[in-house]
Structures are given as structure tokens and as C-alpha cells.
Design a protein around this ligand. Structure first.
Ligand code: ADP
Ligand code: TRP
Length: 329
């Protein structure tokens, strides 16, 4: 069986939160245990559709790299790089733009959602899926692990590849989506019970700890029922968080005590303390690794540069194939 190539892009949009971790980062890193090749890049070109602050963008790019490396991305098993280090991406974007109908892009949910909110769209925002298709096709990717919100973009990539291939022959490989199946991990809740998202301000930073973590966890919404009152744990927001961090046996014990109620039953404060412990433990190793990487920025630069070299080798071959097929060479 030919080896599979996995590829995904990560937007550098500020401090990654628990939703990003359980919904995306963890799956990406777990792919290292599977046979195949893995490419992960930081989508800084895509970020320019919204970012207007150079320093913040630079910081956010570095933050994604440090976050992934801290959480277990191993440069010996995964290629980590910056999108903008691969100039073939913009070249391929143009070729794909020339075989893509306006109608296809006009149907993109993410574009429609943004314009419906009154955001003045730039041409870049409109052609965002074309750039994303170039990202995917440039490495002959087989499988693209993404969240539900990106599925349409991968389908558009399939359409663009098919249009190009229909005109010029079999140049691009057809990619498929790889979706996280567990429903609970697709929609990690935020402090208010809505989906966790930076844009809702209800998120918990992956590396939050100590006093700041205590304060943040303190904001998880509860109600005013007394600890003695028996409650259905499956209806409590706090348990949706605890499920992410506690071992099943420990979780079952907490659930039982809450369900039973009565004298000595745990109150919300106890549950929050257990959650804080769980989070501190879960990310302890990653937090230490993060400190080391922050103290050695040259190491992060080296990893990104080496990643770019490996990614470029692939992208050059695909670009050459595409140029030749459509008459540029
Ligand atoms: P945000 O909504 O905070 O801006 P992004 O859209 O940048 O997050 O998401 C980056 C990745 O993290 C995507 O793959 C997305 O599916 C995943 N993700 C974001 N929020 C959550 C969440 N609450 N639960 C599960 N996955 C999430
Ligand atoms: N658009 C993706 C997001 O917002 C990021 C991304 C860019 C991407 N290019 C990609 C994801 C290619 C997968 C494959 O999350």
C-alpha cells in the first residue's frame, strides 16, 4: 500500500484554547502513530485576510509553532512549516483560480457568513478557498484532518482539482477529509456552555495555570443549587469539562456522588478544584517543554526552516507538473 500523506493548516489567530486542542491539535499529533507522512503548516497567508497587525501576526505564528511542538509534534515524524515559506503555493493558487468559477466561491459558507455579518470582503477573503486548495494539492495530500467548518473548503478543493485535471490531464491528486468522529470533541463547550471560541471570549487557553487558571475556571457557569441536592451530572456543564481530563474511574466516582447528593456531596467548588488539578496535570509536561522552547527561539526557527525545505521539495514537483500541463513550461 502506498504511504498516505496527511496535511492540515492551522490559522495563527492568537492563543490556542481547549477547543482547538481537543478538536484539532490532539488529532494532528496522534497521526504520528500511524504509517504515513504528515505536513502541518501555519497558515499565515490566510491570516492576512483578517490580520492588520504585523507584530501580532508574527507572534501568533511563533505561538502556533511553540504550541504544537510543546504538545508533542515531533519534527522527525511531522513536517512543520510556515505557509508563506512555500512560494509555489501562490503560483498554484493562480492556476487554480483560472479554472474556478465565481459561482463556486460565492457558495462558500465561511465567505457568506462573514459578508452576512457586514464584513467588507477583500478579494483575498473571497478567494480564500483557492489558496486553501493550493495548500492541499501542493503536497499530493491524501487526507486532510479538519473540523466540520472546513469540510466545504476541502470539497471545493476536490472540484478545483477535477476541473484542472479535466482540462490538462491528471496533475492533482484528489484529497479526502478526515473528520474527528466523537461528537463531544467536535464541540468543546466554553465557559458559558456555548461552543468554545476566541470570538465569543469564552475560551480557556491550553497553557493557563496557577491563579489565572483558577480565575478562569471560576467563570464556568453553574447554578445556585446546594451540594446536597441530587443532580444529573450529564446535565452539568462542569462535567463536560471534567470528561476531558479525568480518568474514567475517577469521573464515575464524582458523578455518583453528585447524583446521590446528601450530606458530604461535592459542591461546584469541589468539582472546579478537580478540574483545575486535571488540567494542570494533563498539560504539565507540555508546559515545561513550552518554557524550554520559549527560551530557545533559534531552535524553533531551525525547525520551521527545515520543515519548509522538506515541504518545498514536494511543492516544487507538483508546481512543475502543473506548469508543464497547462502550457507554462
Ligand atoms: P475559534 O473558533 O476559536 O476561532 P478556530 O476556528 O481557529 O477557533 O479553530 C481552529 C480549529 O480548532 C478548527 O479545526 C476547529 O474545528 C477546532 N475548534 C475550534 N473551536 C472548537 C471547539 N469549541 N470544539 C472543538 N473543536 C474546535
Ligand atoms: N482554513 C483553515 C482554518 O481556518 C486553515 C487552512 C488553510 C487549512 N489551509 C488549509 C486547513 C489546508 C487544512 C488544509 O482552520
Amino acid at each position: 500500500m502506498a504511504t498516505k500523506t496527511f496535511l492540515s493548516g492551522i490559522q495563527p489567530s492568537g492563543r490556542p484554547h481547549l477547543g482547538n486542542y481537543f478538536g484539532a491539535i490532539r488529532q494532528h499529533i496522534a497521526l504520528q502513530e500511524q504509517p504515513g507522512e504528515r505536513f502541518f503548516f501555519i497558515a499565515d497567508y490566510h491570516a492576512l485576510t483578517t490580520s492588520r497587525e504585523p507584530e501580532k501576526l508574527r507572534e501568533a505564528v511563533r505561538d502556533v509553532a511553540v504550541t504544537y511542538l510543546s504538545l508533542g509534534l515531533d519534527p522527525a515524524r511531522s513536517v512543520l512549516f510556515r505557509q508563506s515559506d512555500i512560494r509555489e503555493i501562490t503560483e498554484l493558487s493562480w492556476l487554480l483560480a483560472c479554472v474556478t468559477g465565481m459561482g463556486l466561491l460565492e457558495r462558500a459558507h465561511s465567505y457568506k457568513d462573514k459578508t452576512a455579518k457586514g464584513i467588507q470582503a477583500s478579494v483575498g477573503l473571497f478567494t480564500y478557498p483557492v489558496l486553501m486548495a493550493a495548500d492541499i494539492l501542493a503536497y499530493d495530500s491524501d487526507l486532510v484532518p479538519v473540523g466540520k467548518d472546513q469540510v466545504q473548503h476541502v470539497e471545493m478543493t476536490q472540484d478545483m482539482a477535477a476541473s484542472f485535471n479535466a482540462l490538462y490531464g491528471p496533475v492533482f491528486k484528489r484529497p479526502e477529509c478526515l473528520l474527528e468522529r466523537a461528537e463531544s470533541l467536535q464541540k468543546v463547550p466554553g465557559l458559558d456552555g456555548e461552543k468554545m471560541s476566541k470570538s465569543y471570549g469564552n475560551d480557556i487557553w491550553i497553557f493557563e495555570s496557577g491563579k489565572a487558571l483558577k480565575k478562569t475556571v471560576g467563570r464556568i457557569v453553574t447554578d445556585s443549587r446546594a451540594p446536597e441536592e441530587p443532580k444529573n451530572p450529564d446535565e452539568l456543564l462542569l462535567f463536560r469539562f471534567l470528561e476531558l481530563f479525568l480518568a474514567p474511574s475517577e469521573l464515575a466516582l464524582w458523578k455518583e456522588r453528585v447524583q446521590k447528593g446528601g450530606e458530604g456531596a461535592p459542591g461546584y467548588g469541589h468539582l472546579k478544584a478537580a478540574l483545575i488539578d486535571g488540567m494542570e496535570n494533563h498539560f504539565a509536561v507540555a508546559r515545561r517543554r513550552r518554557e524550554e522552547l520559549l527560551a530557545d527561539p533559534a531552535e524553533v526557527d531551525r525547525i520551521l526552516e527545515r520543515g519548509a525545505e522538506q515541504a518545498r521539495a514536494r511543492a516544487v514537483a507538483v508546481r512543475d507538473r502543473a506548469f508543464k500541463a497547462c502550457g507554462l513550461r
